[in-house]
Every structure is written in C-alpha cells, then in structure tokens.
Design a protein around this ligand. Structure first.
Ligand code: PGA
Length: 251
C-alpha cells in the first residue's frame, strides 16, 4: 500500500502564514508513490485551499470535527461542513484534545462514525501515556481505545479509516518510540482491525506519530506494519516537511 504522511500544524499558522506554507511546499520535489495530507486550523483552510490552486497535493485535512451535522452546538464544526469545503481527512481524538478538553473514547467513536458517514476519512489517534507503558499496559490501553473508537466505523467504502498510533510520551518530546516498539503496537492494532473487518484490515493505514523527523522517518517507513507517519513539530517548516516526504520513500 502507498504510504501516507500527514502534517499536523496543531494550533499554528493563521490564514496569512498558511498560504505561505502551502506555496513553499508546492515548490518541493515530492515522491509520486506517496499520499500527503496537511491538517490545518479551521480558519486557515480557505487560505490553504486558495494557495493550492489546482494542485491536489497535499490533501487538506482538519484537526477535529463534531459528531452532529448541524444544530445547536455553539463553536463546533460539522463533518458535512468540512466535506462541503473539500476537506478529505480529519484527525479525531488527538491526545492533546483528550488531555486538554477531556475527549473520551466514546466521543472519539461518535466523531469518527459521523466523519465517515459524511465522506470524511477519520484519522483516529490513539496512544498510551508514559505511566501506562511503565505499568505494562500499553497494548491493553491502545487495543481498547481502538475497539471503542471503531465501534460504528465501517472498514470499506469511500472514506474508510486511518489509525494513528501516537504514544503520548513521544509527542513533541524528541523522544520517539523505537521502531521495534512501534511495530509491536501496530501489530496489536492490526489484530483489533482484523477481528472487526476481516481481510479489509490489511488495507487500512496504521501510521505512527510522535517526534518523527527527517532523521528517523525512513526507519519507520521500512518497519513492517507502519504505513505512514503523522508529523507535528517537524512539519511546521515546509522545506523540512518536503525532506521528510522524500526520505519516506526511497528514490
Ligand atoms: P510531534 O507531534 O511530531 O511534534 O511529536 C505529532 C502529533 O502530535 O501529531
């Protein structure tokens, strides 16, 4: 399967800087055999799309969505608003939202199902904390997060799903998970997907996130079961993100 690399700007770059990032990234030489997306703040989607022009790379992604399509939900953005805008993917349940806003596995499940139903591919983020890993609970925690999140999500159709394994202790710390540990966790996740989706599970991207950079991306990409990467800090510089994309696919 084609690898998938997603840039996650988090709460960086309003419309002015978003346009500049896209224009700079469009000048990068990119491998053909790679899917690339960029998750930008809601208010920067319009500028990002305008700067993309007719280019279709990178695909625009959102960083969150709500579980209802319309109604009295002040401040929320719905999956259909995003698809109407031409957004293709949406991060769901990023650990920063779980930690700062109290998003639960059940909320993640509702959002993922609503996104998929609207034709927006959910990128479901899961991962254990340092304390959970220390207690030897990493696999159990992550299996349960995935199980709950995909309860109402289908394994096929036009917007299937992506799972992003992002150990909380590796995010933004410069202390990435070893490829061997990532491999083990991806196998655990694949097992949960197989149980629910059968052979379709082999087609679902399971990507790794947490301190991915230009130096380590190639090693993850050659690790069995790692189908791509979610890149935060190292994606903020468009040239650096271009380097990551080139390093992800051997020339
Ligand atoms: P990081 O963030 O690459 O800065 O560790 C990854 C993420 O949170 O998606």
């Amino acid at each position: 399967m084609k690898k998938l690399i997603i840039a996650n700007w988090k709460m960086n770059y309003g419309p002015i800087r978003a346009g500049g990032w896209i224009r700079a990234f469009r000048r990068e030489r990119l491998p053909k055999d790679l899917d690339i997306a960029v998750a930008v703040p809601f208010v920067s989607l319009a500028a990002a799309r305008a700067s993309l022009g007719r280019a279709s790379i990178p695909t625009l992604a959102a960083q969150d969505c709500f579980w209802a399509n319309e109604g009295a939900f002040t401040g929320e953005i719905s999956p259909t608003m995003l698809t109407e805008f031409g957004v293709g993917l949406c991060l769901i349940g990023h650990s920063e939202r779980r930690a700062n806003l109290g998003e639960t596995d059940e909320m993640v499940a509702r959002k993922a199902a609503a996104a998929q139903k609207a034709g927006l591919m959910p990128v479901i983020c899961v991962g254990e904390t340092a304390a959970q890993r220390k207690r030897g609970e990493a696999a159990k925690v992550v299996r349960s997060q995935v199980q709950t999140a995909i309860a109402e999500v289908k394994g096929d159709g036009k917007a299937p799903l992506v799972i992003a394994y992002e150990p909380v202790w590796a995010i933004g710390t410069g202390r990435p998970c070893s490829p061997l540990d990532a491999k083990e966790m991806h196998e655990q996740i694949r097992g949960v997907l197989r149980k629910k989706y059968g052979h379709l599970a082999e087609e679902i991207h399971i990507i790794y996130g947490g301190s991915v950079d230009t130096r380590n991306v190639a090693e993850y990409m050659t690790t069995t079961g790692v189908d791509g990467a979610l890149v935060g800090g190292a994606s903020l510089d468009p040239r650096n993100f271009g380097l990551i994309c080139r390093a992800a696919v051997p020339a």
